[in-house]
Design a protein around this ligand. Structure first.
Ligand code: JCF
Length: 704
């Protein structure tokens, strides 16, 4: 039977067979998921199978199996590792996909530093290892701990496991007193194949690729298992240091090599963009013979003093970029198109594909973006793929670049079945039946059901417990799914999470009997929930899942308002005032502002937010890190030409010291920095009684 026969067309016998098939598939997926690091299908696919199962059960209640997947909560969470807070944040890298992105990266850096196009600016270039990042802390030459990246701020303590890796020294001689070495744990192809071969012989579990094998091996609770796994390590960066490792990236890497770390031998200094590109091509050519997986080339500004001036955006350094290898493509059959409903109600078409290997990864789903894309038009109505539409049954080209979601890029009209029909995009929400509408100018059709739409409610809850939000250990997407569907202990709104324990009662009977949790994992869950009754303001704002408000915006808002009270007061006050205050925040535009105002104006949303807030102690936003800096909390305006740093750098410096930078002088301006040739702004500032200082005074002020 076809896997995606519509549920309402199934005969009873087919339904019985299909329920058996789904029970097997879901059980296998669940096991793979909970044994970690070997998921056999994307979450979205798992969710879709689960929904199909529920739909069949709803139509044939008598066929519901004793082991029905509907009754299964995801397995209780694995015992955790201790958490380690990184002394210096562990960063990720921004991506470049082509030479244009690379030229832009270089131009941005030159602009920021005020360097001419032809001024010398050297970069390092090294292969980007496809493994797991790890931070090693040494004190007085001894390995003190090893932590995974985690969310960049806090990682998992895998010290015992890291200490079993041959390429990670336990002792160093001649090292700085405090030294944090960062790098990538990975598995070589030969080791990976041998490991899988052994596992297959002994009936153990095999891994899909070397990256998963490395991740799974590093995150073993028993270090003896890690010891038996052949892991390797390349050092490429550092965190806290008691003294500098060198003046340049390359010198620092040489020092690490001298201390006994493996540094990738293909790391080079490149003096020009052309040299970077040449080295990229060289690495790409050698990629098949390296013996380990890489997914691009990392470029870094070599001069560490320049790196320090460039600093960071929210999660990535300005001085580095990962140049990813070009995408892989493959042809397969489009077996179906499903519509997924996201957190903000967006209806996303997902291609169900006959599974196909695309550059080493088995792909069975891909995005089709939106209805215009399926029809062969872009958002402005211009043809894409020369206007060819995409139909179920078509032979399609699948495109996969790095870790982004694969997409359907093209269609082979010559192979189109005679009976293939144009895809009819639904105009009602497949999850709740509410009208799905497209606002003029929006390429996305959205369900208008809001919180009454179960799909939106569940996605909102998943977002609520996700990493940058409440990040509740033991309460992930799978558990949310189960709790949401549960008729005895339902979690329908975020506030419900905080009443779970109370609702279950002292004996936890419902959780234990009905949902299959053990005493310990239930207690751990409630402890993890209790830990989040105190929450930093920025996490609270991000967790609300308001459209257009991502992690960075939530940080900006938290820093601006300082307290939940101030944030809420603004958003529940007169809309024009809220709009004016919000859009005055650097980085907040009218679209985001309107989205915030709308969320707080919606009665159901408001109720959910108030009920949640009643369970929480929301911590005020941290005063800017440098609260004692002379300009913390002040509003600055720059005018005229600065000679020692660019406007961009001055602005970033001021913001890092807790100041706000405005574009024009007003009564609210605290300080005007007037460079050479300052004009009318300086006059206006004087008229308003605003303090005006010159560039030298500015440099003194920030201690430059
Ligand atoms: O090889 C890597 N995966 C890799 C990751 C190499 C680097 O030089 C990196 C990195 C992540 C962050 N450097 C940074 C700063």
């Amino acid at each position: 039977m076809e896997a995606d026969r519509p549920v309402d067309k199934l005969t009873e016998a087919e339904a019985r067979a299909e329920l058996a098939r789904l029970a097997d598939l879901l059980d296998a997926a669940n096991r793979a998921y909970y044994q970690a690091d070997a998921p056999v299908m994307p979450d979205a696919e798992f969710d879709a199978l689960k929904r199909r199962n529920a739909a069949i059960e709803a139509r044939f209640p008598a066929l519901k199996r004793a082991d029905s997947p509907t009754e299964q909560v995801g397995a209780p969470p694995a015992e955790g590792f201790r958490k380690i807070r990184h002394a210096v944040r562990m960063l990720s890298l921004a991506n470049a996909f082509d030479e244009g992105d690379l030229r832009e990266f270089d131009a941005r850096i030159r602009r920021y530093l005020g360097l001419k196009d032809d001024a010398p600016l050297a970069y390092t270039a090294e292969p980007k290892i496809d493994g797991v990042s790890l931070s090693l802390r040494y004190e007085a030459g001894r390995l003190i701990h090893a932590a995974t990246r985690g969310d960049g701020e806090t990682g998992e303590d895998v010290t015992a496991n890291a200490a079993t890796i041959g390429e990670i020294p336990r002792r160093l001689t001649g090292a700085p007193d405090i030294l944090e070495v960062r790098g990538e744990v990975y598995m070589r192809h030969a080791d990976f194949q041998a490991l899988n071969a052994r596992a297959a012989e002994t009936g153990g579990r095999t891994f899909a690729n070397p990256r998963n094998a490395a991740a799974g091996s590093l995150r073993q609770l028993d270090p003896e298992i890690t010891r038996a796994r052949p892991l390797s390590f390349f050092a490429y960066s550092w965190g806290a240091l008691s003294e500098p490792l060198g003046a340049t990236q390359m010198a620092a890497l040489d020092r690490l090599r001298g201390l006994g770390f493996a540094v990738n031998p293909l790391t080079r200094i490149c003096a020009t963009l052309d040299e970077l590109i040449a080295h990229y091509r060289e690495i790409e050519t050698r990629r098949p013979d390296l013996g380990y997986d890489i997914d691009g080339v990392v470029y870094k500004v070599d001069d560490l003093a320049l790196q320090a001036r460039l600093g960071f955006r929210s999660t990535t350094p300005r001085w580095a970029i990962a140049h990813k290898f070009a995408a892989e493509t493959a042809w397969t059959v489009l077996e179906g198109i499903d519509i997924q409903v996201g957190r903000t109600g967006a209806l996303s078409p997902v291609a169900r594909l006959r599974p196909i290997n695309v550059g080493g990864v088995l792909v069975s789903n891909a995005t089709l973006h939106n209805e215009d894309y399926i029809e062969g038009r872009d958002s402005k109505g211009a043809p894409i793929r020369e206007g060819r539409d995409i139909r179920v049954g078509d032979r399609v080209k699948v495109y996969r670049a790095g870790d982004v979601i694969p997409k359907v890029a093209d269609v082979d009209l010559g192979a189109r079945p005679a009976d293939a029909q144009p895809f009819a995009f639904p105009e009602t929400c497949p999850e709740c039946g509410s009208p799905a509408v497209r606002e003029p100018g929006d390429s996305v059709r959205r369900c208008t059901g809001g919180l009454i739409c179960p799909a939106q409610a569940v996605e909102r809850l998943k977002h609520f417990v996700s990493r940058g939000a409440f990040d509740i250990e033991g309460l992930g997407a799978k558990q949310i799914e189960a709790f949401h569907n549960d008729d005895q202990l339902p979690v329908r709104t975020p506030a419900d999470i905080f009443t779970l324990e109370e609702r279950d009662g002292a004996n936890l009977t419902r959780l234990k009997n009905r949902m299959g949790w053990g005493e310990t994992s239930a207690r751990n869950l409630f402890r993890a929930i209790d830990e989040r009754r105190r929450i930093p303001l920025h996490r609270m704002i991000f967790a609300l899942g308001i459209r257009h408000v991502g992690e960075t915006a939530a940080q900006l808002l938290a820093r601006h308002f300082g307290s939940w009270r101030a944030f809420e007061t603004c958003l529940t006050g007169p809309a024009e005032e809220a709009m004016a205050e919000l859009t005055a925040i650097n980085g907040v535009g009218p679209v985001m502002a309107q989205s915030l105002i709308d969320a707080f104006a919606n009665e159901a949303e408001r109720r959910a937010i108030d009920e949640l807030a009643a369970h929480l102690e929301i911590e005020d936003a941290e005063a800017p890190r440098v609260a004692d800096s002379a300009i913390a909390g002040k509003t600055l305006v720059f005018t005229g030409t600065l000679t020692r740093m660019t406007r961009a750098e001055a602005k970033a410096r001021a913001e890092a010291l807790g100041a706000k930078v405005a574009g024009s002088v007003s009564a609210r301006t605290d300080l005007l920095v007037a460079g050479e040739g300052a004009g009318s702004k300086a006059g206006k500032a004087e008229a308003l009684g605003v303090t005006v200082i010159d560039e030298d005074a500015w440099l003194d002020l920030i201690g430059a």
